[in-house]
Design a protein around this ligand. Structure first.
Ligand code: TXA
Ligand code: MG
Length: 348
């Protein structure tokens, strides 16, 4: 199969969106842009399309898919109950990077929900993708459009690299604004439980109800509520170790690798540290320490950078857990296979 890349430019896209919607409705796969990462779209009401999705990604089929809707009004067709708190959260954050887990109706096949009785739903903030959902006339399931275990794609070119020949088309709307996936939550006894941290932060959710990170997830447990969290994820092409904590110590530690000749080291660091490294070293700058938004935006392209610039070991600089930092550190923890080094204040 040839994989068609369809740019989002107004007139041309308006014509093609019906054809792309038809591909989805009839069981094909189309990758779509969102504000978080690119998704691998399929008809969420079609069990066979879910099986094709798992096959294209090389993903275990007990890992449930997120269902994308064009509008909040559609949710009641697919779920048994929407509580007043969930209504408020949808009004506040949709369209946007918040995914809510609901008890599902039978119209959503178990193949889509990974065998669960619940379904995760979100309304993405991307006009082309919402037009695609409307054109399809069905909700669109969409895991990130990468091969299983690889970093999530934030450009159409990244999707093409992994999905070429496996899917019918890719809608190209340029780089994703946020760069890390949506926050996945469930409501349990009036509390908001974060199953996967993402673009909507714990601090933002706390304004609506007491909010906690799923305890299993917080401990780095292998069986958190979001089944997808237990698999190897986001693996870059070389082993990654991430240094975080006290800034001076982190800097000292990272710079100490620059002079080492035992292996080739690649650096995945802030502008502030990059400025102190030799320009000839393989360095990817994730942005400034003053902007977690820039870090999130560049996170996955940074992990993919070392595919094209091979090294033996990647040395990364992390951030704290506040705001978007929680989502960033969650992805880096997985990408590094839990190789996170926390630098304490005074070291001798
Ligand atoms: O930003 C995003 O959410 C992107 C874009 C394309 O929308 N999608 C995405 O999908 O990241 P995926 O499949 O890569 O991740 C889905 C996450 C997994 O961690 C999965 O376990 C969790 O959501 N999830 C899905 N359904 C669930 C459910 N019923 N209960 C708990 N967690 C669920
Ligand atoms: Mg994913």
């Amino acid at each position: 199969m040839t994989t068609d890349i369809v740019p989002v430019n107004e007139e041309y896209f308006k014509k093609r969106v019906f054809e792309l919607g038809k591909i989805i409705r009839e069981g094909g796969l189309v990758s779509f842009p969102t504000e978080t990462v690119y998704g691998l779209g399929a008809n969420a009401l079609d069990a066979e399309a879910a099986r094709k999705t798992y096959a294209a990604k090389g993903r275990p089929s007990d890992n449930p898919l997120i269902v994308h809707v064009a509008d909040k009004k559609e949710v009641s067709r697919y779920v048994k109950e929407v509580t007043p708190l969930e209504e408020k959260l949808m009004d506040a954050f949709w369209p946007g990077p918040l995914t809510i887990v609901f008890p599902k109706k039978d119209i959503i096949p178990k193949a889509t929900s990974g065998g669960l009785d619940t379904i995760a739903i979100r309304c993405p903030a991307n006009e082309a993708t919402r037009a695609l959902i409307r054109a399809a006339g069905v909700p669109i399931s969409g895991p990130s459009a990468n091969l299983s275990t690889k970093p999530s794609p934030t450009t159409a070119q990244d999707v093409y690299h992994d999905m070429k020949g496996r899917i019918e088309a890719i809608i190209d709307d340029g780089p994703c604004r946020i760069g890390v996936e949506s926050t996945v939550i469930g409501i349990e006894k009036g509390k908001i439980i974060i199953y996967r941290p993402g673009g909507i932060t714990l601090e933002m959710l706390s304004a609506f109800a007491p909010t906690v990170v799923d305890s299993a997830l917080a401990k780095g447990n292998a069986h958190p509520k979001a089944p997808g969290m237990k698999y190897r994820h986001y693996a870059p092409s070389a082993p990654l170790t991430v240094y975080t904590g006290n800034r001076e110590e982190v800097e000292k530690e990272i710079l100490s690798f620059a002079g080492r000749k035992d292996k080739t080291y690649g650096f995945f660091v802030s502008r502030e540290i990059a400025d102190k490294l030799d320009r000839n070293l393989p360095v990817f700058v994730w942005g400034s320490r003053d902007s977690k938004e820039s870090f999130a935006h560049n996170l996955f392209s940074g992990l993919l950078y070392f595919n094209k610039h091979p090294v033996d070991q990647i040395i990364g600089e992390g951030t704290d857990d506040k705001g978007l930092g929680l989502a960033i550190m969650n992805r880096l923890t997985k990408a590094s296979g839990y190789h996170i080094v926390v630098e304490k204040k005074e070291k001798d």
